[in-house]
Design a protein around this ligand. Structure first.
Ligand code: SAH
Length: 265
């Protein structure tokens, strides 16, 4: 399924191997070499054949083991040597995954490159929390945003649009920046009691989650998070089950006959 000299960028999902696509699993089994990120779960890597070369090109905040240019060069070198190359990325390759650099580099070198999507962290986190990223009439849009900044730089985001009403914000790489995210969103008008859920290592056995509110996030973030990757979900959908339950414990609306109902948005 991978021709020699071909490259696949493959989404490894949030960590639980059962959340891989069947195609991703087949590609991992077919690869002769797998270049993988730090966030790819060990049980996902365990699916590779014994003879497959596994190469860590992991990047974690503050611990860049290989820079992006080196990673591109390694992938191209392997493809030109006739290997069946899988580039395995946590979550989905197209979400904060630097996949464009790798796609461009392969294309510039004349190497066929394709993408297999994966479940991104925001989706996995919502599933773990038992919530929905959208809520009819309450959360009409979902924004994926990264709060990662290079050392010494300021977090330069369009806070006014991020603080829009009726939005679910999924903040990637936001662990260190959680206090500033909270301060800025409050300053731009989000209420202090806006629900926030912090989900660490979603889908993995060591998963942890806690629900708080925006004005308490700075303190909660310092106290409650460990070493794993963390995603923040901010907005009505992030309320803990008790509070969320109250939304639905209101008297059920009387249903109109189907012929008079408008179709759901
Ligand atoms: N391409 C990945 C995101 C890479 S950026 C995806 O689609 O999910 C890395 C960030 O993703 C982490 O800092 C964290 O915010 C988030 N993340 C990745 N895996 C996660 C997991 N299992 N649980 C919680 N957050 C996760």
């Amino acid at each position: 399924m991978i021709a020699p000299g071909e490259v696949w960028l493959v989404g490894a999902g949030p960590g639980d191997p059962d959340l891989l696509t069947r195609k991703a699993e087949r590609l991992i089994r077919a690869a002769s070499v797998v270049f993988y990120d730090a966030l790819v779960g060990p049980d996902v890597l365990a699916l590779a054949r014994a003879e497959t070369r596994l190469v860590s090109v992991g990047k974690r905040v503050g611990r860049h083991s290989k820079d992006q240019r080196t990673i591109c060069a390694l992938i191209i070198e392997a493809a030109l040597a006739g290997e069946r190359v899988v580039r395995l990325k946590g979550g989905d390759p197209s979400v904060f995954g630097r996949s464009m650099e790798e796609l461009d580099a392969c294309r510039a070198a004349g190497i066929p490159v394709r993408i297999c999507p994966g479940i991104t962290a925001a989706i996995a986190a919502a599933a773990s929390l038992g919530t929905s990223l959208t809520l009819r009439g309450t959360a009409r849009q979902v924004t994926f945003v990264t709060a990662h900044v290079r050392k010494g730089e300021k977090l330069d985001l369009d806070w006014a649009s991020l603080a829009a009403a009726q939005t679910t914000l999924a903040v990637y790489m936001g662990k260190g920046a959680a206090p500033e995210v909270a301060t800025q969103l409050l300053a731009h008008g989000l209420p202090g009691d806006t629900p926030v859920a912090c989900i660490e290592s979603a889908s993995l056995p060591e998963e942890r989650q806690f629900c708080t509110r925006l004005d308490l996030l700075p303190m909660a973030a310092r106290l409650a998070m460990g070493d794993g990757p963390v995603i923040l979900l901010i907005g009505a959908v992030a309320a803990g089950p008790a509070r969320r339950g109250s939304v639905f414990s209101q008297p059920a609306p009387r249903l109109r006959p189907a012929s008079q109902r408008s179709s759901p948005a």
